[in-house]
Design a protein around this ligand. Structure first.
Ligand code: C2E
Ligand code: CA
Ligand code: CA
Length: 505
């Protein structure tokens, strides 16, 4: 705004200077035209030179032509008579400084001998001349502090007002126009072989600058306030869910909670399922149900799974190395089961940790088995490396039986919806025992999900389900709490028996 007010003030001054120079030029050309008119009129008379009538005639023209002060008649280069009367003595014509486009010869400064007044400008044409007061040429109203100059097209200064910088005026003869130097603003006007220059010191702008600033600074304050408001609004505005999730992945906002998995017979904690949580910058936790679907759709699930694996290692490395019976189950997304990318990631992250591949179980849902051939390749490779593979949410899909026999699996996680029916007389109640039987006949370990009551646990135990996971035992816990939970149950129930150690690899 400070710059703008300066620029506007300069612009305004230059416009004013341009106007003054145009007026000056107009004034000068009118003066020359006036003088020429008088010279033409007198040249057309047939009076006997220097007769009373002739002198009378010249005097009348002088009086009636505003610009001219005196008129003279020459013969053989000598002044014979003027509008004042017949001259005595030999007065020669003054030297010529320049010639106007319409042929008038101009002497810029000459001393009128007859009247003996101030220096005059003489305009000669034929046998006559007229004297013009130089001040007439620049007789315009100008602002305080402005200066003007009138020069010929060749750079001869004809007259000035308020002593302008002559060096500047000379330089403008070669390059006219609007502009400014270190000290002055200027503008020019050109026409009829004349150049009018108007200048003003820059220091004069200060006053008008203050006026501009008074006007523009509030505008500047308003614009600044507006920009600040927009920035605040933008920063508060919520991003699209996908953009938010992208930012979360970039900022590694994912942490893992661990839900203990317990041997139903003994109550011993044999491991945990890693369940991802999105911890927002404000500290709030977002449930995976709210962002996993979008993450799977957008492909962001892959970097999230990587962050889960990294978190498991960071959180539980020494615990897993210290207790080889423990395992952590990691949920795989459909894309990773299809591509097998996850196996390379696991190999890379587990290297040099001391954690055995046998201690990492992989959970895959039916969604991952759409391409059953690719899935069986990945799962077979995973088992080759030592991982155990569990089918997650078993019973909720459509093609359970079809793929169950074709896929290389170790365990089956019975979905919570079946566990919920235990002890209730519903249509699906009987399905639960069939699912348990099925896993046993296929030689798979079974894990019951979402066990909430003792009755459910008792039922599952008597039906031979190996492991349970649910709020009855524990909710998903932050790493430190899970480590404490595990230590506590170990003291209470002892170490995992051989069979579990075998199951864990
Ligand atoms: P899931 O794999 O079936 O995980 C079990 C879910 O059931 C967890 O919810 C767990 O907190 C909840 N749960 C466990 N016991 C009980 C219980 O007794 N009662 C009730 N009402 N709920 C219980 P969570 O942690 O909200 O996870 C939801 C789903 O998000 C998971 O279902 C899984 O499909 C997905 N998920 C979680 N973490 C990951 C991950 O790291 N990767 C992928 N791809 N998916 C994940
Ligand atoms: Ca799971
Ligand atoms: Ca599940």
């Amino acid at each position: 705004m400070a710059y703008m007010s300066w620029a506007i003030a300069v612009e305004r001054k230059q416009d004013r200077l341009a106007l003054v120079s145009r007026v000056t030029l107009l004034r000068a050309t009118n003066t020359f035209a006036d003088a020429k008119g008088a010279l033409d009129t007198i040249a057309a008379t047939s009076d006997i030179p220097c007769s009373e009538a002739h002198i009378e005639h010249m005097r009348a023209l002088t009086v009636n032509t505003r610009s001219i002060e005196e008129m003279g008649y020459f013969e053989d280069g000598l002044l014979k008579c003027t509008s004042w009367g017949v001259t005595a003595g030999a007065v020669t014509r003054s030297g010529i400084d320049y010639v106007t486009p319409d042929g008038i010869e101009v002497s810029i400064r000459m001393q009128p001998l007859v009247s003996g007044g101030k220096p005059m400008m003489a305009l000669h044409s034929g046998n006559y001349n007229v004297l013009v007061a130089p001040s007439r040429l620049v007789d315009v109203l100008i602002d305080d502090g402005m200066s003007i100059a009138l020069a010929t097209g060749q750079g001869t200064i004809i007259n000035t007002l308020n002593t302008p910088d002559i060096g500047l005026v000379r330089s403008l003869v070669a390059a006219p126009g609007k502009g400014m130097t270190d000290s002055d603003l200027f503008a020019t006007a050109r026409g009829d072989g004349l150049l009018a220059v108007a200048t003003e010191p820059k220091s004069k702008i200060a006053a008008s600058l203050r006026t501009e600033q008074m006007l523009l600074l509030p505008v500047g304050v308003f614009i600044a306030a507006f920009i600040v408001a927009v920035v605040i609004w933008l920063s508060r505005k919520r991003l699209s869910p996908l953009a938010e999730l992208e930012t979360a992945v970039r900022n590694r906002e994912f942490i893992v909670h661990y839900q203990p998995i317990v041997e139903l017979k003994t109550g011993i904690c044999i491991g945990a399922e890693a369940l991802v949580r999105w911890r927002r910058p404000d500290g709030s936790l977002v449930s995976p149900d709210l962002f996993i679907p979008l993450a799977e759709q957008s492909g962001l699930i892959e970097p999230i799974t990587d962050q889960v694996i990294e978190a498991v290692i960071l959180d539980l490395n020494s615990m897993l190395v210290g207790d080889r019976t423990l395992h952590i189950a990691i949920n795989l997304c459909a894309a990773d089961i299809k591509s097998g990318r996850i196996l390379a990631v696991l190999e890379d992250r587990l290297a040099n940790t001391g954690i055995r591949t046998e201690q990492i179980w992989l959970e895959a849902t039916e969604r991952g088995f759409m391409d059953i051939d690719a899935a069986s390749v990945t799962l077979a490779k995973a088992r080759e490396r030592g991982h155990s593979v569990a089918i997650d949410d078993f019973g909720t899909g459509y093609s359970s039986l079809q793929y169950l026999q074709r896929l290389p699996l170790d365990a089956l996680k019975i979905d919570k919806s079946f566990i919920d029916t235990i002890g209730r007389d519903t249509a699906t109640s009987s399905v639960t025992s069939h699912i348990i039987d099925m896993s046993q006949s296929l030689g798979l370990f079974s894990v019951a999900e979402g066990v909430e009551t003792e009755d459910q646990a008792d039922y599952l135990k008597t039906h031979g389900v190996d492991f349970g996971q649910g709020w009855l035992f524990s909710k998903a816990l932050p790493a430190a709490d899970f480590i404490a939970y595990h230590r506590h149950t170990k003291e209470k129930y002892g170490a995992a028996p051989e069979v579990i150690q075998a199951a864990a690899g």
